[in-house]
Structures are given as C-alpha cells and as structure tokens.
Design a protein. Structure first.
Lengths: 355, 336
C-alpha cells in the first residue's frame, strides 16, 4: 500500500517521499528511536507465564481502543463525514454493560457477560444508526448531526449509571480489556481482527471504492447508481459499533464504568490518528494502514512521555506540538512546496535526503 | 436589525427569495425567543419564586462568560469555520490570571497580558488555517491541546485569587431597582454583545464576515479583504475567550487547569440554538445571546425543580440542538 513496497526502480526514494505514509512512518520510527536511546530495553518482548510482555505490547494494548474508534472514524471521514459522538458512545456502551453485569445475580458467569456485551453492542449499533439517520436521511451536516449525540450522550450514560461509577468484579468481563488469548492481550486480538475484517471488506470488495466515490461526490455517485445513502448510513453504524467495542474494552480494562471520563477526548485522538495517517478530511481518499500507523503514533507518544521522563504535566503540550508538526508537514500547502523543491533537485539528492 | 440586507448578498437568488418571505430571516431567532419565554412561563407556573427579576438577572450573572464566548464563536461560525479551542483557552486565561495575581502583578497588567496572550493564540490559529490550508476543525483542535497543555505546565493545582481588586470586583453588586442587582461582569458581557452587533451589522468587516460565509470565492472576487477577515475572526474568538476567561476567574475566584471542559460545546450549542447556520453566512449575534439564555434557563429550571438530576441538562441541550438543527434544515430548504 505504501510507495516503499515498490522495489528497485529509480525514483523509489522520491516516490517514498511522496507516499502519504512517508511522514507518519518516519514519525513513528523517530519516536521508537527516541525510546530506544532513552531506555535500551524498549524493543524487548519477554514471555512471562505464557503471556507476552514489553513496552511494544503495552503500546499495542493501550492503543487498541483508539485504533478501533479511529477505524470507524476513517470510513466515516472517507465519505466526507465526521463522527464526534464516539466518545459518548464509548461511555454509553461501558455504562450499559457494567450496569447489566453489576445488577445481575451472577456477575461472573459467561452468560451474563455475553448478554451484557450483546446489549451494549446492540445499543451502540442503534446510536450509530441514529447518526446515520440524521446524516443520510435528513441530510444534516455530519459535524452538527453527531454533535447532538456528543452533547446528549454523556447525559444518557449518566442516566444509565445514575451518576455513579459502576464497578464490576467479573473475571469473564475483565478478559475483553485486560485478559490474554493465545499469549496476546485479548484487546489486541479484537482490534486486530476488526481491522483485518474492515480492510478485507473495503479493499477486497468494491465497498471501499463505493465509499470513496460517495466521499468525492455524493450526488454524482448516486446518479451513477451507487446507493450513497445506504453507504453513508452503514459507515455511521460501523463507527458506532467500533466505538461500542472500544467502550467495552476501556470499561473492562479498569473494571468500572465512568460516565464522565470514559472515552473523554477519544474522538480527538481518533480524528488525529486518521489525519496523521494521511486520510483527507475532505473525503474520498482513505488509508486504513495510515490510520493504524496514526493510532500507534498517538499511543507511542503517550508512552514516550513516560519513558523519556517528561513531566506528566507537559504531556499535552508535547502531544500538541507533535500533532501540529505532523499536520503542518501534511498540509496541502506544505506538500505543494515540497513537491516543487523535489522537482528542482535531482533524484540522486532526493535519495540522499531520504536515506 | 431593521437595516437592509447586507449588500453583498443582494445578488444571490437565495436573498431574493428571502425578500419574498421577509420574516424568514428572523424566524429561527424568533423561535428561540418564543422558546425562552415559554420556558419562563413553564418555570413560573411550576416553581414558586421563579417569576422574579432577580432570576432573570442571575441568568446573566451566571452565564456572563458564556455570552462572551458565544459572541466570539458567532464570528467564527458566520465565516463557516469553527473554534474548538475556546474552552481550553478559558482555562488557560484563568490560570494565567490566578498565577500572575499570586505573584503580585498589577491586576490591570494581568488583564492586558491575558488578552494579548489569547489574541496571539487566535492569530496563530488563523494564520495556520489560512497559510497551511488546514481545516479550522483540526487547527483549533491542536490549539485546544496546546492551551490545555500550557495550563498543566503552569500548575496542576487550583490556584485561588486573593487580589483585592479582583475580589472586590467579584463581590460588587450594582443595584438596578428594588431587590434587583447585577455584577460588573454582566455589564462587560452586554458591552461585548453590543460591540459585536455594531461590528457585524454596520461595518465593512462585519459585511465581509457574512460574505465569506456565503462563499469565499465570490467575496474574494468582489475585492473584499477575505484573508484578513478570515484570520481576524480567530483573533476575535481568541480575544473573546480571554475576556470570558477573566469573567470566569471573577466568577469562581480561582484558576484551574481542568475547568471549562466541554465549554466549547456549550458555546457552539448556544450559537446553533440562537439560529446561526453552522455552514456560515447567516445568523445574528443577538440570537447567540438568546441561545445562552436558553441554556441558562434549562439549568435554572433543573435546579429549581430539585428532583431532576443534573445530567438531564445535557440530554435536554442535546434535544434542543436536534430541534433547532431540523428547524434550520427546513428553513434553508425553503429558501433554496
């Protein structure tokens, strides 16, 4: 998917330089390098009790909810939309599942957990369908349509938990966010599975093409016979589902549902992950791999702050500066300037710059 | 508001139709006004002591900062942009105010520093949006992170304000009539609304703001200073956030990093409920004032009721947002 995979020909370097994934991957590698310099054991992965441990695994595990939300956000943004309500959906899904489990007579049983998960995911789908209804059927601007649920959603979550933080002690529920399957944290497997399914569905079928065509021009694609309304609707439902799963993961990891703080600002992280990954906010062009890289950049940034020993109070400033730098590097104006400069230089110097 | 249509709109088919149904320009503002009156009627009929002048005055006192914030947001939204950083900038302003006052600065110097800092931040955001062609949404999001981060850098703890000038100002009550008083913050908020009203409706800058919202290209072809105005609205929003931050620190007499979380949503909600189109080019600053008062009334009713939990506020605001967005949808559909 990236230009770097194309081998051997002249102009490879310049093609890599122009790939949308070039800067994100450079950023990620730079962050990794920084971590390795500060703590040489950063890349080490060790096996303990048959489970994998290490900084990289931690990044993957803690980044799983952001990755999931960003996954849904990518396809929404590809249709020229945006979903601001994901943070609220995260809170609602966690609140619903935890309330059901806490109210049941047998919180530990698998049947209870399955019911709770099913209800929470079902409701997340419904919330996604609600956003889809506003955007696709009523034709309301996505940013405004999802603003409604963003505002009201945390109220709904508090209504479910009655303003309390609901704690659950259910080993079966704990597995989703904090458990292990086949030596890997379950959350990585769930997020990875959903990523692969989404990638296969959109890139191995025509669905991805149709989503992009809706993003480029909804009216034209409708006239060309694309059912643009159903597609728009579907991406919001998918985004709702992704946020719901992320909500279960977050609440399961801390074994509690906090209507106020669960998934707070996750929509921002997700949108940034998508943007850093090179998906255009104007729609019509998206990269799931880019989103994957973007989500890991954001999580690695958070981890870097701890390993490098930056005081926690300047974490946000650090994060903001990196985000601003990446956004500026990716901005259309900057890309245009770089392209002009690349045209002026010979391929040899371009290669030297890249290596 | 009795002035004629802004001249830049006179040639579009939209405004020609709008002239056929003249009331439609004000319909959504009127709906907001009716809603506000209806909410007061319901409140007065259900709760004892609701129908008093002081309850109305308290609406202004408790929401003075939000009024100023909504005014700044109106400018940005009228150009078709959005500013997500305002809540964080309010928090940053309270932190700067509290810290500098604690260090013994002159209160007036503190106010100047805060306003300069927030306006500069707004200027930077505006320049980034224009010169790097980054969406307002993303640029102001980054600014939001930056402002919140700077708050943490200043201090993680809440800093209380003990400066005699600020404390005195916060405790001042200006009597209006018998058992009716307001705070100086209300006067500042109302002054900001009046200035914004004059700028938007009686100056070239104001007309350019509307023209940009109607379509940047045509405004540019008309020779209007598009770039300058586009950057200027973010400076105005930054400045208003600074003023709102000072009002908020007068209201709470403290500075705290985690204050005003989600306040940008309240400001946007107030602007939308006040009838401004989020696509830009259409709306009134007085509508935003009404929007803030509607949000304030919801809180007042819920606190008067006592049996309703505070989280109903959010749900009701969400419901109102939905109502007004659908109303806007119907109104714009009719105008096209």
């Amino acid at each position: 998917m990236s230009g770097a995979q194309v081998g051997g020909r002249q102009g490879l370097a310049s093609r890599a330089l122009h790939s949308r994934l070039f800067w994100p991957i450079v950023t990620l590698l730079a962050l990794f390098a920084l971590n390795v310099i500060v703590s040489p054991s950063f890349l080490a992965i060790r096996v303990h009790d048959g489970h994998l441990f290490g900084s990289l695994i931690d990044i993957l595990r803690n980044g799983a909810p952001t990755l999931l939300v960003a996954l849904g956000m990518t396809v929404v943004i590809a249709t020229r939309g945006i979903d601001l309500s994901v943070g609220a959906v995260v809170a609602i899904a966690g609140a619903l599942a935890c309330t059901i489990i806490a109210d049941s007579p047998d919180p530990g049983s698998v049947a209870t957990v399955v019911t709770a998960v099913a209800v929470a995911l079902g409701f997340s789908l419904l919330l996604g369908a609600w956003n889809g209804l506003l955007v696709a059927a009523l034709g309301i601007q996505p940013i405004i349509a999802t603003l409604i649920l963003m505002t009201a959603g945390r109220g709904i979550a508090m209504l479910i938990t009655e303003g309390q933080i609901i704690t659950v002690s259910s080993p079966a529920y704990k597995v989703i966010g904090g458990g292990y399957w086949l030596g890997l944290p379950a959350s990585i497997i769930i997020a990875g599975g959903m990523f692969i399914v989404a990638a296969l569905l959109t890139r191995r079928t025509a669905l991805g093409l149709l989503i992009e065509s809706v993003g480029i021009n909804p009216a034209a694609s409708r006239l060309a016979g694309v059912r643009s309304r159903s597609i728009t609707w579907t991406v919001y439902v998918f985004s709702g589902l992704c946020a719901g799963v992320a909500g279960l993961m977050i609440s399961s990891n801390v074994t509690a549902a906090d209507a106020n703080n669960a998934g707070l600002w996750i929509e921002m992280d997700a949108i940034l992950a998508v943007v850093i990954g090179g998906t255009s906010l104007m729609g019509g062009r998206y990269s799931l791999t880019g989103t994957l890289v973007g989500a890991f950049i954001i999580q690695t940034l958070t981890t870097t702050v701890y390993t490098v020993g930056i005081a926690p109070e300047i974490t946000l400033v650090f994060k903001a500066l990196v985000v601003i730098a990446v956004c500026l590097l990716q901005s259309p104006a900057m890309r245009e300037r770089m392209r002009r400069r690349a045209r002026a230089t010979t391929p040899a110097t371009a290669k030297a710059v890249a290596s | 508001m009795t002035t004629t249509l802004p001249p830049v709109k006179a040639f579009s088919t939209r405004s020609r139709l709008a002239r056929l149904i003249p009331s439609s320009r004000y319909t959504s503002v009127l709906v907001t006004l009716v809603l506000l009156v209806a909410m007061f009627a319901v409140g007065a009929s259900r709760y004892r002591g609701f129908a008093s002048g002081q309850v109305v005055m308290n609406l202004f006192i408790d929401n003075a900062f939000l009024i100023v914030l909504a005014v700044g947001m109106t400018f940005v939204i009228l150009t078709g942009g959005i500013d997500l950083s305002v809540g964080a900038v309010v928090a940053l302003s309270t932190m700067i105010t509290a810290t500098l006052l604690r260090d013994g600065w002159n209160p007036l110097a503190v106010i100047v520093v805060v306003l300069l800092a927030t306006s500069t931040l707004g200027l930077l955001v505006g320049l980034v949006i224009h010169y790097f062609d980054i969406q307002p949404f993303i640029a102001t999001l980054a600014a939001m992170f930056l402002a919140r981060g700077l708050c943490y850098v200043i201090s993680l703890d809440s800093i209380s304000i003990t400066d005699p000038f600020f404390v005195g100002l916060a405790q001042t009550r200006i009597p209006l009539a018998d058992r009716l008083s307001i705070t100086p913050t209300v006067i500042i908020a109302v002054a900001v609304v009046v200035i914004a009203f004059i700028v938007l409706h009686f100056t070239r800058t104001g007309r350019t703001v509307y023209a940009i919202g109607d379509g940047g290209a045509s405004a540019h072809l008309m020779g209007l200073p598009v770039v300058r105005t586009k950057v200027l609205v973010y400076v105005i929003s930054g400045f208003c956030s600074g003023v709102a931050g000072i009002l908020f620190s007068l209201y709470t007499l403290s500075g705290y990093s985690l204050t005003a979380v989600g306040m940008e949503l309240e400001a946007i909600a107030a602007v939308v409920i006040g009838g401004t189109l989020l696509t830009g080019g259409y709306g009134f600053v007085l509508g935003s004032l009404l929007g803030v008062l509607v949000l304030g009334s919801i809180q007042t009713i819920i606190s008067f009721d006592g049996t309703l939990s505070s989280w109903w506020t959010k749900i009701v605001i969400g419901g109102l947002l939905l109502l007004f967005i659908i109303l806007q949808r119907i109104l714009t559909a009719r105008r096209h």
